[in-house]
Design a protein around this ligand. Structure first.
Ligand SMILES: [Zn+2]
Length: 81
């Protein structure tokens, strides 16, 4: 069986004898070798993060507060010159 990504022969697993490789989705439609599976898995991760829901209004508010006051409570400024 051939890897759809690198077109090398998929070598059967020495332990299980499994020779069908890995699912190459979403990079390609078919089976891929263990080497290419690394890229497949990382692209799945990217997709997962891309699908992550946007921040809720409450999360945005909290985020903003931390951005404005990175050092904690605001310091008092004296009007004396
Ligand atoms: Zn491959």
């Amino acid at each position: 069986m051939m890897c759809v990504l690198c077109e090398n022969e998929i070598i059967p697993d020495v332990v299980s004898g499994w020779d069908q490789g890995n699912n190459a989705q979403p990079l390609a439609d078919g089976r891929c070798c263990d080497n290419c599976n690394m890229a497949v898995v990382s692209s799945r991760m990217d997709q997962m993060f891309a699908k992550r829901p946007l921040l809720t209004d409450e999360q945005k508010r909290i985020y903003k507060v931390h951005q404005i006051h990175p050092g904690g409570p605001g310091r008092k400024e004296s009007s004396d010159a």
